[in-house]
Ligand binder design. Structure first.
Ligand SMILES: *[C@@H]1O[C@H](CO)[C@@H](O)[C@H](O)[C@H]1NC(C)=O
Ligand SMILES: *[C@@H]1O[C@H](CO)[C@@H](O)[C@H](O)[C@H]1NC(C)=O
Ligand SMILES: *[C@@H]1O[C@H](CO)[C@@H](O)[C@H](O)[C@H]1NC(C)=O
Length: 387
């Protein structure tokens, strides 16, 4: 005979379990309550992608390493431990601090290590990368020049014949549209250094129009002889032969310099964000460039996220990283395979193709800011989708 305690426990648990069962099968898109528990059906996600994004690093190798360790992307020896994670750095590695050289080397090394285990490093060019390319060295420190081995060597390294110039040309872009899963209909995230402006002339096709201009401008700037550094030489402006469109890319209203999504009121920014999302097909628009020294700033329900927190000791802001965890958890037992129990179950380190994701899923996207001593919830979105 059941005891009173058992009856009590059962009468408490039954509605809870019923509630869990019901919510398990209802679509919900929630970006409100961080306390919402996972719709835990005991099923494991069929697909999981973690993405970490870090903002302006400005020559501070120690803080750059700290941030990547904090986000579990590297270990204490600065080796990639992010497995299949995607790391995005939104530009401005150089200037203000003394160790840009080492940060670029670290990123280059991590790119290779990540690729070897199915992870990825996505590198964005900031206005300071382009400034250095065109000879605007106003924010270059003496120690930075020393670390490169002097002005001549720094120019040689930056040129299209040097290791850094080649790395920029091959592996850096002004913008990136990063899908969260390999499925063709996957949601995507947009990354640029500054703000995208809805009326910017070369927004679409996105991101190819912007990246083509960035690449051609960078190629012109890095083809020897490089512009003599200003100071002490006079500012030479954009490289000879730059087009009107390239000048517009680098202008105040372009994606390298504009701050509109960070410094205007939400009454302006939220309609802009909706317009941008429609035009470029991204779920979130993420950038750096405009620091908030206390926190990562999410605006308009995290449609816009500004991740520059002045990480470099040149600024003395907080160490931060943005983390997005995207999962797809099957809602049906897949029909297409009779003899395998659960053909969609793959572990985090197995690469799968978009075609392998078919059926009904609970799509979940958790967005957090990671700081030295705490994590802060930014957004949680869940919806039922059919792939
Ligand atoms: C670009 O990155 C890849 C690794 O993903 C690396 O093999 C290649 O050497 C890099 N290119 C340059 C020019 O550094
Ligand atoms: C944010 O989301 C809430 C609820 O999902 C909605 O009511 C609100 O209008 C949204 N705000 C903006 C600025 O999009
Ligand atoms: C995936 O990870 C597991 C354990 O973490 C390991 O045993 C396995 O070899 C890995 N598979 C691949 C393809 O890397």
């Amino acid at each position: 005979m059941p005891s009173h305690q058992t009856i009590l426990i059962v009468s408490i648990l039954t509605p809870v379990l019923l509630y869990m069962l019901i919510t398990r099968f209802t679509t919900s898109t929630s970006s409100k309550s961080p306390q919402v528990p996972s719709h835990d059906s005991g099923r494991r996600p069929a697909f999981r992608q973690r993405l970490v994004a870090v903002g302006d690093l400005h020559g501070d190798i120690d803080n750059a390493r700290k941030v990547l360790r904090m986000a579990k992307i590297i270990d204490t020896d600065s080796r990639w431990i992010g497995e299949t994670d995607i790391l995005v750095q939104t530009g401005d590695i150089v200037d203000r601090g003394a160790h840009a050289n080492e940060i670029y080397r670290m990123m280059q090394s991590l790119r290779g290590q990540a690729a070897g285990v199915g992870g990825k490093v996505v590198s964005i060019l900031g206005n300071h990368e382009i400034m250095n390319a065109i000879g605007d060295w106003r924010y270059v420190t003496k120690d930075d020049i020393k670390a490169f081995g002097g002005t001549k060597q720094r120019q040689a390294d930056l040129s299209s014949e040097g290791w850094l110039g080649q790395e920029w040309l091959a592996n850096y872009s002004v913008t990136a549209l990063v899908p969260l899963s390999p499925h063709p209909s996957s949601p995507t995230l947009s990354f640029t250094h500054g703000s995208l402006r809805p009326s910017y002339s070369h927004l679409t096709p996105y991101p190819s129009a912007i990246n083509a201009l960035g690449h051609s401008l960078l190629t012109k700037a890095l083809t020897p002889p490089l512009a003599p550094p200003y100071p002490p030489n006079p500012y030479s402006g954009l490289p000879k032969g730059s087009t009107h469109d390239e000048a517009e890319l680098y202008a105040e209203g372009g994606p390298l310099w504009w701050r509109g999504l960070a410094d205007r009121g939400e009454d302006q920014v939220c309609p802009w964000a909706e317009e941008l999302k429609g035009k470029i097909g991204a779920r979130r628009i993420i950038g750096g460039h405009t620091p908030n020294f206390e926190k990562i700033v999410a605006r308009c329900n995290a449609s816009v996220i500004i991740i520059d927190t002045g990480i470099s000791s040149a600024y003395g802001g907080v160490l931060s990283a943005l983390e997005i965890v995207y999962t797809l958890t099957p809602l049906d037992v897949p029909k297409h395979d009779g003899h395998r129990q659960d053909p969609l179950m793959v572990s985090n380190n197995v690469t799968i193709t978009g075609e392998e994701l078919r059926g009904r899923y609970l799509e979940r996207e958790e967005v957090h800011a990671i700081y030295e001593k705490r994590r802060k919830w930014i957004a949680l979105e869940e919806r039922e989708i059919t792939l």
